[in-house]
Design a protein around this ligand. Structure first.
Ligand code: OAD
Length: 231
């Protein structure tokens, strides 16, 4: 950690768990209660934009009440220490890394606080909770969609390219709070490793990455990350 000059970090829902944000696959996980096919695919949105937006509006209202935790703050501090040699790649759409002060962020799954017009494609920030109109509309008259990546969609091209570059060029990658089963994000750590980087995983549980990681630290990221970064 001390000698690494180019650090890439990949985060998943687990880093926000201690803030009270539900993860996707563990106990109490979102995909245990809801069917992704009904809510997080382009087909679902096409079929019932109102239902999909009501769900996102509810998730936004939950996120409004939570705060970043010590794990998010530790990564913002690491960015301060490593400067241009730091890149945070997140699968999270909750905006908590921004609120903790991180700036060098690649949001490969988008952001729940963004909207995108289905007609003119314009992406905008929208923090209104609840939304005054569902589904919300763009100034051009088109229906807005949540600015997130859904199942079956490709990742934002430029952002994904930058994430791959960060993985290829880092000498250390931290993989924090992700089940490492959703591709292409899960391919970033193996990519970094093939290019000679060390990989440190931080997770409550074993994942498909644990065996290959150079170091696998088991425990809550809100405790482990501050220790790692301060020692
Ligand atoms: P998952 O819900 O699949 O995995 C969360 C991981 O966090 C699990 O491996 C947990 O063991 C771990 N975890 C839970 N609490 C933790 C804590 N306090 N400290 C450290 N680790 C903890 O979430 P993701 O891997 O982020 O995609 O899921 C990847 C993608 O699948 C999401 O971005 C989302 C989802 O479907 C889209 O919506 C496109």
């Amino acid at each position: 950690m001390r000698s690494a000059t180019r650090v890439a970090v990949l985060t998943g829902a687990g880093i926000s768990a201690e803030s009270g944000v539900p993860t996707f696959r563990g106990p109490g996980g979102i995909w245990r209660t809801y069917r992704a096919e009904d809510l997080a695919t382009p087909q679902a949105f096409h079929r019932d934009p109102k239902l999909v937006w009501e769900w996102y509006d509810w998730r936004r209202s939950v996120l409004r009440t939570v705060n970043p935790n010590l794990g998010h703050y530790a990564l913002a501090e690491l960015e301060q220490k490593k400067g241009d040699g730091f890149m945070l790649i997140t699968q999270n759409v909750d905006g908590l890394h921004n609120r903790a002060g991180s700036q060098r962020i690649l949001k490969i799954h988008g952001d729940i606080w963004w909207t995108q017009c289905s007609a003119c494609r314009e992406v905008k920030s929208d923090h209104r909770v609840p939304l005054p109109e569902i589904p919300p509309r763009c100034a051009c008259g088109g229906v807005l969609r949540p600015g997130v990546v859904w199942f079956g969609e490709s990742l934002p091209e430029r952002t994904w390219q930058q994430a791959q570059e960060a993985a290829e060029n880092c000498d250390l990658m931290l993989v924090v709070g992700t089940s490492a089963v959703v591709y292409p994000a899960a391919g970033l750590a193996p990519l970094a490793q093939r290019r000679g980087a060390r990989v440190i995983e931080i997770n409550m549980e074993e994942t498909p990455l644990s065996g290959a990681a150079d170091i696998s630290l088991r425990g809550p990221s809100g405790e482990i990350l501050p220790q790692l970064i301060h020692e």
